[in-house]
Design a protein around this ligand. Sequence first.
Ligand SMILES: Nc1nc2c(ncn2[C@@H]2O[C@H](COP(=O)(O)OP(=O)(O)OP(=O)(O)O)[C@@H](O)[C@H]2O)c(=O)[nH]1
Ligand SMILES: [Mg+2]
Length: 698
Amino acid sequence: MKVYDAAGIRNVALIGHSGSGKTQLTSAILSDSAMVNRFGKVDDGTTVTDYDEEEIARKHTLSASTAYAEWSKQKINLIDTPGIGNFLSDARAALHVSEGALVVVDAVSGVMVQTEKVWEACDELALPRMVVLNRLDRERASLERSLASLRELCNRTVIPIQLPVGEEKAFKGVVDLVARKAYTFPGDESGKFSEGPVPSEMTTAVETAREALIEMVAENDEQLMEKFFEAGTLTDEELVAGLRAATLAAKVFPLVCTSATLNIGVQQLLDAVAAYLPSPADRPYQGAGKDGQETSRAADEKAPAAAFVWKTIADPFAGRITMFRVVSGTLKADSNVHNKSRESAERFGHLLLLQGKTQTSVQEIKAGDLGAVAKLKDTLTNDTLGDKSDPIVFPAVRFPEPVLSYAIEPKSRGDEDKISTAMHRLEEEDPTIRYSRDAQTKELLLSGQGQLHIEVTVAKLKRRFGVDVNLKPPRIPYRETIKASTEAHGRHKKQTGGHGQFGDCKIKVEPLPRGADFEFVDDIFGGSIPRQFVPAVEKGIQDARTRGYLAGYPMVDFRVTVFDGSYHDVDSNELSFKLAGSLAFKDAMTRARPTILEPIMNVEVYAPSDFAGDLMGDLNGRRGRIGGMDTRGAMTIIKAQVPMAEMLTYEQHLTSATGGRGSYHMEYSHYDEVPAQQQSKIIAAAKAERAGVEVEEV
Ligand SMILES: Nc1nc2c(ncn2[C@@H]2O[C@H](COP(=O)(O)OP(=O)(O)OP(=O)(O)O)[C@@H](O)[C@H]2O)c(=O)[nH]1
Ligand SMILES: [Mg+2]
């Protein structure tokens, strides 16, 4: 393939709610641009970008993947991203290396919860975007209703540049509002279309929509506004240039119409991408210079080479695959590159272009383009690669912390070492999972963004690394804290002939604000405890607090001050003071009013308004606090704060309560005290667990 320079490249992330058709659309694009021979289908598991077995089996994208199409003398790099909430961080990462986004919206359901999330993510980056109204061939599909819900998201700035020809099953093409031409398709998926005049029954609608488009463009440019007032309209050239400028400035978001399964409107979409979305040359990349000062870097192939790593794939056979964007300069195969985030040297072998999983080896990759390289030694996601002498580094993608933990155990004994190696590889690939060992129970914990995320990770573990594990019910990461200040005393004394043991300390404990974790203060004056033993007191308290007091959960948000004690010249040693610390902690807990904290989640539920009442009732039943309600067209958004413990089964409930038409998004908010009734259950469950009894439910 030809090597494109920055002005000839478009980096476009396909983002949007799950099921809107991003993968199918990518597939249609690759077929129409003759990058592949057959038109792959999500439903047959034959698309280029959902190549992973797990994606094929579940018919959902679980990890972002790249593809590219040559169109109108341009190379359009496509990043197909997951729409499922658990996996949305991959969409965020993709936005970091794109100049533009295609926000794919299902014309039946309109804006959904993840549409809103990705829209906000684009807003944060001031990213230009186009809206692709897809699935227009479906029953109940509607431009008007979808537009209404979009406009509640971003006012009037989403503006159609096409109108659909025919509705629902009869959807057969699009009218381009700029060129005033109709493109109609036979509906046989071939993508062969005929070009003709606007159908007579559409002329009024087309003229009205065109008028609205012209006004929107004129509104965003003073010169065009003046012309518009003078002449009453704009020329086609002015309209195209004005629309491009307003789109680049992320002030206006053109909307196009497609059916990705029937391959209708897809080529017109590509034309629009080429015409209106920016190239890397149009949008300098943000980075930080020597002193951390913000700076930007133009996509200049003559500048020093600098690349940002936005994704890593852990392949057990091919090794690590590092996916990057060349921000400036030119990366060459078989060359030495510096990892500026880790100050280490890396050796590039083959440089790769990725068409889904298919790799094509190339000699060089220039500024603005996306590529990959295998087998780097210690480069990970979010690293900056380039010339050692060039100070620039690029801002990291912020990945969310895990919200949910499951205990896992190997099905066959002796697999524990294998689990640990494989999990560390998977952590490299997915920064939103964590693998750890529970300090109390010694269980292996897998933490992630939700149940599906955990299940998919376990499936990867099995398929890629041959490790089979059992998942135990999720564990809520409860914490303990105290509600009262008190003083306490701990003394450890043992005299069994010969050498004795003696440690003695007095402490004060006081609650700290939520999130403060733990503080230890040494307030010993006059050597009542010799200097060298104070750390032992702290260690004893630290150990005791991580073991918890009520139900074995780590105790947080309090301060311990050791202010007095005594010692024995011969019998005092570290161990004795450690035990004294731990005894003082236990003594303090009898008066410090210990209590249990639980994680509270921010939850947003999207569902057709008919269900709103029932869903709110249900959230109340889950100890939820409703924070607000909003409507978007026919949909209602409910915002609430709900304890995590009550949300474990929410997915199933929402699906069955709304017939699959509701969706939700959840993220960690804060810790709050558990009501007394629930506390006793948690304490009982912890006791039972310690006694080795299985408990059904907490
Ligand atoms: N009728 C119709 N079905 C479509 C269209 N586009 C996609 N589909 C179907 O909708 C389903 C979801 O399509 P995908 O392309 O997997 O959706 P996605 O946005 O990639 O979903 P995630 O990967 O989960 O985010 C599949 O069964 C597709 O065949 C369309 O234009 N019309
Ligand atoms: Mg997909």
